[in-house]
Design a binder for this molecule. Structure first.
Ligand code: SF4
Length: 380
């Protein structure tokens, strides 16, 4: 038994409570004592006490407070920046009490054993440390024996689990150091809430693991499982590394292929551009030559046309000149004919005049002859 007491003392020394043990409030019911314990998680004892008094005065009953918004609760407090966090804890505490007990008081912990066992079976927010504290208050300093406490003590090897609360108390009480019932209940209660879950105890995190019968094995199993996991992780990491390497190589090859392809395409584009440029240049030259040719043809045509026009003009001028010449010659001929006609007329007139003159002379001579003959004849 002394061995177990030594072990108990050793284990208790290892458990550091997350929150200080409250001094019981004077003239407060169990619900208020629980509220005070919860408030001590974030407030000083003076602030926590003042908060309980303020809320007690501000609300008709605790159920009215339970359904209030945190902002409204904070309005009744004088906690500055801590106000909202404290208000949220107050609501959560009252809500958990209500859900677990279907009421808004905890006085049943004093005499309802079955109701108490039911209430403390699941208290995620209040926690088993605070629950044991409340049970300790309710029983006026008697050691609280709960399934959670039994579970932890059984696992660490201090007592064997039993369904009989009487036998359990008989087994536990002898190992509790004198005058340390509350500390014992609260600290092992914290172990139950923080690590020693009924289904999945977190032995690898638990402060008692080195001295816990169940925990040592569980921790060994956990370490083996972790090593396996680590090996698996290492294998997986190696597999992933190989895959990554392959992937990297594949990407590298693809990248090289892409670059090569791009270089080829760029080269092809450059060649095509060069070819097109040459074609364009050739076409330009051809177009220029064609244009020059067309221009030459057009110039030649224009020149020929101009020549034709010039020749035509020249021809027309010649024709006009010929016509004029013809007219002039015609006029000349006409004038010549007129002149000849006039000359012929004049010659005819002259000839006629001369013939007339000759006829007159001849007639004159014939007359003269006749007169001479007549004279002659008369003379005879
Ligand atoms: S080591 Fe494991 S079994 Fe032991 S008390 Fe801690 S959580 Fe519970």
């Amino acid at each position: 038994m002394s061995k177990k007491t030594d072990l108990t003392t050793k284990l208790l020394a290892k458990i550091q409570p997350e929150h200080p043990l409250p001094e019981p409030l004077s003239e407060a019911n169990l619900l208020e004592q629980g509220l005070y314990a919860i408030l001590l998680r974030k407030l000083t004892p003076a602030q926590a006490k003042d908060t309980v008094v303020r809320l007690r005065n501000a609300y008709k009953d605790w159920n009215e407070l339970r359904i209030c918004q945190a902002q409204e609760i904070n309005g009744h407090l004088d906690l500055g920046s801590k106000g909202m966090a404290a208000a949220a804890d107050i609501r959560e505490y009252l809500q958990e009490v209500f859900q677990r007990s279907h009421g808004m008081e905890l006085e049943f912990l004093r005499d309802d054993v079955q109701g108490s066992q039911r209430f403390v079976s699941i208290l995620p927010f209040i926690g088993m440390g605070t629950a044991h504290y409340l049970l300790w208050l309710a029983s006026k300093g008697e050691l609280p024996v709960t399934p959670a406490l039994m579970r932890v003590l059984d696992r660490v090897g201090l007592v064997s689990r039993t369904a009989s609360p009487k036998k359990a108390r008989a087994a536990i009480e002898p190992i509790v150091p004198n005058g340390k019932e509350l500390e014992f209940a609260v600290r092992f209660g914290e172990v139950a809430s923080r690590w020693c879950d009924a289904r999945k105890p977190l032995c690898h995190q638990c402060v008692l693991v080195d001295d816990c019968k169940h925990g040592k094995k569980a921790f060994r199993d956990w370490k083996i499982a972790q090593e396996r996991l680590e090996q698996q992780r290492a294998r997986e990491a190696a597999r992933l590394a190989i895959l990554q390497k392959k992937e990297d190589e594949k990407r590298k090859k693809e990248e090289e292929k892409r670059k090569k392809r791009e270089a080829l395409e760029a080269d092809k584009r450059a060649k095509e551009a060069s070819r097109l440029a040459k074609i364009a240049e050739r076409k330009k030259a051809e177009d220029a030559a064609k244009a020059a040719k067309l221009k030459a043809v057009a110039d030649a045509k224009a020149k020929a046309e101009a020549e034709r026009v010039r020749k035509q003009k020249e021809l027309e001028q010649k024709k006009l000149a010929a016509l004029a010449e013809s007219k002039r010659l015609e006029e000349q001929r006409r004038k010549e004919a007129e002149r000849k006609k006039l000359e012929a007329k004049k010659a005819a007139e002259k000839k006629a005049a001369e013939a007339k003159k000759a006829a007159e002379k001849k007639a004159l001579e014939a007359k003269k002859k006749a007169e001479a003959a007549k004279k002659k004849a008369k003379k005879k």
